[in-house]
Design a protein around this ligand. Structure first.
Ligand SMILES: CC(C)(COP(=O)(O)OP(=O)(O)OC[C@H]1O[C@@H](n2cnc3c(N)ncnc32)[C@H](O)[C@@H]1OP(=O)(O)O)[C@@H](O)C(=O)NCCC(=O)NCCS
Length: 168
């Protein structure tokens, strides 16, 4: 479903990021909830999707290398899912990474998180194989970066390469 036209995405800073805590609480459990809250406060860039002053979703974005962006967490309020908000946030993140020189973007998801994997696939991400060539060699392997992504057991790595021949 396409998102309501009035949805606006902007950068959340300082106390503005605390507004996303309820979204994080209802979106993650256990270790992920703890880590997502910490990431919300520490990650370089947080983008929030709002409608009429209500925060509907949030994206936490990091940079692993000059050529590699990382979507740390994406969360949409339970009452607002399947309305295109996650897609808007991911499109916004991709536009940001592309405009700041990234060639590839990575994201991790629990192997059984169907909504998350479907969302990333809908924007051109694919699963990264364990043994594939590194992203600097034309593959999507993220050698040396996996520890910074905090990949844990049961998660899969997804990646997408921007097409350098596509029009801006
Ligand atoms: C994953 C999440 C962010 C998706 O947000 P959303 O706003 O519901 O996503 P959208 O409505 O923009 O969906 C975009 C596309 O993703 C896919 N998708 C999203 N949710 C899906 C679901 N439950 N089942 C199947 N596909 C799904 C679809 O392809 C969808 O396109 P469509 O609606 O045209 O079919 C949301 O479910 C969420 O916050 N989950 C809890 C937190 C989480 O697991 N985050 C991801 C890991 S960091």
């Amino acid at each position: 479903m396409s998102p309501p036209a009035e949805v606006r995405v902007s950068t959340l800073t300082g106390p503005g990021r605390e507004r996303a805590i309820p979204l994080v609480r209802e979106s993650f459990h256990g270790y992920y909830r703890w880590h997502a809250k910490r990431t919300l406060r520490e990650v370089p860039l947080v983008r929030g999707a709002e409608k009429n002053g209500e925060l509907l979703g949030v994206a936490m974005l990091d940079r692993l290398a000059p050529e590699a962006g990382y979507v740390f967490y994406l969360a949409v309020g339970a009452a607002h899912r399947r309305h295109g908000i996650g897609g808007v946030l991911l499109d916004d993140a991709l536009a940001h990474f592309l405009s700041t020189g990234a060639e590839v973007v990575f994201a991790a998801a629990e192997a059984d998180n169907a909504p998350s994997i479907a969302l990333f696939r809908s924007r051109g991400f694919r699963l990264v194989e364990r043994d594939e060539a590194g992203f600097r060699e034309g593959g999507l392997g993220a050698w040396g970066l996996r520890s910074r992504m905090r990949l844990v057991r049961g998660e899969v790595l997804l990646g997408r390469r921007f097409d350098p021949t596509a029009p801006a």
